[in-house]
Design a protein. Structure first.
Length: 223
């Protein structure tokens, strides 16, 4: 674990040196962020934002979303893909929040320890660890790391986590070994690196500033 923590700290420093140390600014309210993240599942950013903007223009309040039928909501968010499933998840999640809190409000999470807040969110219908982490990181500034496909791929290639680690387990392992102060920038920096350099199909290993500490690169250059 000690060596893993040392390497994680090194990776964090290198990423900050090349990409910066600022968390991506998000101005959405927690409920908006939660719904947007549900819409983001299995689609790209363009379709996600198109569906979200259409939802907000069609239903100005979340109460109107709750009052809408699943069929109508599904048509509104159709561009996000899997719209029937997402419509059902959105309505179920919002309903559960109202049942537990008495209104559509997640501000109570701010005073919770991150583990408790994560547990509360993931107990909602259709909310997994990644969705919970996004809401807690971007809306409440909590030190938790959303693990998307880029974060997952890059950290495995670097050797920060074992190759067969699931996304859910990856989040737990990475949060254990990363310096807390690094977690805030790590999501943005790993995603940027995954999109621009450590690509899924054709990684630009020769151009990578982390190739000297990357297990994937080392394994491909062994003669």
């Amino acid at each position: 674990m000690l060596n893993s923590k040392k390497k994680a700290a090194t990776v964090c420093k290198i990423l900050i040196k090349n990409y910066g140390d600022e968390i991506v600014e998000r101005s959405l309210e927690p409920i908006d962020e939660l719904v947007l993240t549900i819409l983001s599942q299995n689609t790209n950013d363009i379709n996600m934002f198109r569906a979200f903007e259409n939802l907000k223009s069609t239903y100005p309040t979340w109460g109107e979303v709750l009052a809408a039928t699943e069929e109508d909501l599904g048509e509104v968010i159709k561009s996000s893909g899997f719209f029937r499933v997402k419509a059902r998840r959105i309505k179920a999640t919002l309903s559960e929040i109202v049942e537990r809190v008495g209104k559509l409000d997640l501000s109570h999470l701010e005073s919770m320890p991150v583990t408790d807040a994560t547990e509360w969110l993931t107990s909602l219908h259709g909310v997994g660890p990644k969705t919970a982490a996004i809401v807690l990181l971007f809306c409440f500034g909590m030190a938790t790391l959303p693990v998307d496909t880029h974060v997952w791929r890059v950290t495995k290639r670097l050797g920060l986590i074992p190759e067969k680690t699931s996304r859910e387990k990856a989040q737990i392992l990475l949060e254990e070994i990363l310096p807390k102060k690094c977690i805030y920038s790590m999501n943005h920096n790993l995603i940027k690196h995954g999109r621009e350099v450590c690509k899924a199909q054709k990684p630009r290993c020769e151009d990578c500033f982390m190739k000297d500490i990357c297990e994937f690169f080392q394994s491909t250059t062994i003669s």
